[in-house]
Design a protein around this ligand. Sequence first.
Ligand code: PEP
Ligand code: MN
Length: 265
Amino acid sequence: FRYREPSEVVVPTPNGPVTFGQNHPLVIVAGPCSVENEEMIVETARGVRAAGAQFLRGGAYKPRSSPYAFQGHGESALGLLGKAREATGLGIITEVMDTADLEKVAAVADVVQIGARNMQNFSLLKKVGATLKPVLLKRGLSATIEEWLMAAEYILASGNPNVILCERGIRTFDRQYTRNTLDLSVVPVLRSLTHLPIMIDPSHATGFSEYVPSMAMAAIAAGADSLMIEVHPNPAKALSDGPQSLTLEGFEQLMLELAPLGKFF
Ligand code: PEP
Ligand code: MN
């Protein structure tokens, strides 16, 4: 992994281009785990935009551990993300789970997410690699740094240089008090190994909203380029990942607390 310069992933959004990279302001991605309905996604989009986020996240296709759990609204949710984009100008980040869906996901997403469970889905990596669409590659649940970087390499080697790495917690022995273990050491480690921008997702890493602010601050202190935060207008009623979701008020408060710490210039 020899490289000369940190790479920049420039994403055109309706509100203007946003650049992920070491020498650029911190990029904030916020939104619900799943797109549930038009009202909640547009309300969330407006709220996170007002608080300072550049991107709205929200799942249309959800990789759930149980086949009986809510699987996402699929194509209709993509349409709702399009409406939220139109209403706020925010860039959209949403997950693609299947090569067959890439075209329609990429039509609404400004950045396509490859989830932790698909980090080594090599046909999916090659397919997004064959486009120039910015890709957010989450670290697999139990992936080593080498495996994660090699997964990124599949995308890069297929011709797409626009890759952002996202640490979302790894599996360790405790699942009672934290959902995963946030491996913040990846920030300096990746800095020494790769030119790619680094995002931290404290929501999936901790699994509990009360722990998100401190880990978000720690991620900034470690030097992360971007944060992904789950936000829901009514976490108690969320169809997925309610316990780890901040309310809109909680997110606004967090952004105020992050402002003096981050590279918000
Ligand atoms: C998500 O971002 O909603 C998600 C499913 O994340 P992960 O793939 O990291 O579990
Ligand atoms: Mn989630």
